[in-house]
Ligand binder design. Structure first.
Ligand code: NAD
Ligand code: 0WE
Length: 262
């Protein structure tokens, strides 16, 4: 039990396939008390059954595009919990037209602004809003993707936003470390979630991932959840500002094993 007596708020559950759902499950298995923050009431019909089955009692709305919504969310949380020990940011968004086609042709000022606002700035905004309520030895966690460091067809401006999010992780770690707050990111391999469902050729990308990854497969939201539980636990008390890859080793291999005779 890694997380006994820890209260952690998770942002980014859309449905049972969300990475945030895998994180909630693993954290609960490890004894954490979890609150969920969801984007809008349209998602409640998906989230209520998940919360019920996991025994989660605290549900709050939070649209990270809106400062008022963030303030309200922490106001409501603080009425239930006087302080807490962790926050998981599992949120990313760019307008759909930014994620198909040639990068230089499709990227717009507005698309760039939205991608960076929702996918990177929101982590700073949530850290800022959570700070008054965080206990000593708290942990913040976000979810990133290899497109921050290496190009990838169609990922486009999201790659730039993830690069910003990773720098954000390091600056938050430096900023909050003296308060005993650690800040880390998990770089997950591709997983078929709602955010991936609209993406052209996503199945092809999953196949290519399995071919190149040392483990010869993709990863599950449970595997991401288990690492999230560790990073938010006191067993990771010496780790901050880090990007941990949960991608079956994909980022470490330059070429698929099966292409070349060994
Ligand atoms: P998902 O669609 O289940 O989750 C994305 C979440 O972002 C949703 O819950 C959505 O409600 C939330 N969101 C978007 N705009 C928001 C806003 N304005 N306010 C509040 N919430 C908002 O998909 P997922 O794959 O679980 O994505 C979670 C995180 O994991 C994202 O940061 C994504 O970039 C990252 N990630 C995903 C993959 C993958 O292949 N699925 C791989 C690596 C990293
Ligand atoms: O970070 C992500 C998902 C990012 C994402 C996806 C969407 C689709 C629907 C952000 N915004 C939106 N907006 C929408 O309207 N991933 C790591 C999964 C993902 O998304 C891709 C990928 C991969 C991998 C998009 C293009 C290419 C590869």
């Amino acid at each position: 039990m890694l997380l006994t007596d820890k209260k952690i708020i998770i942002f980014g559950v859309a449905n049972k396939f969300s990475i945030a759902t895998g994180i909630a499950k693993s954290m609960i298995e490890h004894g954490a008390e979890i609150a969920l923050a969801y984007q809008n009431e349209r998602l409640l019909k998906n989230i209520e059954p998940i919360a019920k089955s996991l025994g989660i009692e605290v549900l709050v709305e939070c649209d990270v595009a809106n400062d008022q919504s963030i303030d309200n969310c922490f106001q409501l949380i603080s009425e239930k919990w006087k302080s807490f020990d962790g926050l998981v940011h599992s949120i990313g968004f760019a307008p759909a037209d930014q994620l198909k086609g040639n990068f230089v042709d499709v990227t717009t000022r507005e698309g760039f602004k939205i991608a960076h606002d929702i996918s990177s700035y929101s982590f700073t905004a949530l850290a800022k809003a959570a700070k008054p309520f965080l206990n000593q030895s708290s942990s913040l966690l976000t979810l990133t993707y290899l497109g921050s460091l290496q190009t990838m067809p169609n990922y486009n401006v999201m790659g730039l936003a993830k690069a910003s999010l990773e720098a954000n992780t390091r600056f938050l770690a430096a900023s909050m470390g003296r308060d005993g707050i650690r800040v880390n990111a998990i770089s997950a391999g591709p997983i078929k979630t709602l955010a991936a469902s609209g993406v052209k050729n996503f199945r092809k990308m999953l196949t290519q991932h399995s071919e190149r990854a040392p483990l010869g497969r993709t990863v599950t939201t449970e595997e991401v959840g288990n690492v999230a539980a560790f990073l938010c636990s006191d067993y990771a008390s010496g780790i901050t500002g880090e990007i941990t890859y949960v991608d079956a080793g994909f980022n470490t291999a330059a070429m698929p094993l099966n292409e070349i005779e060994t």
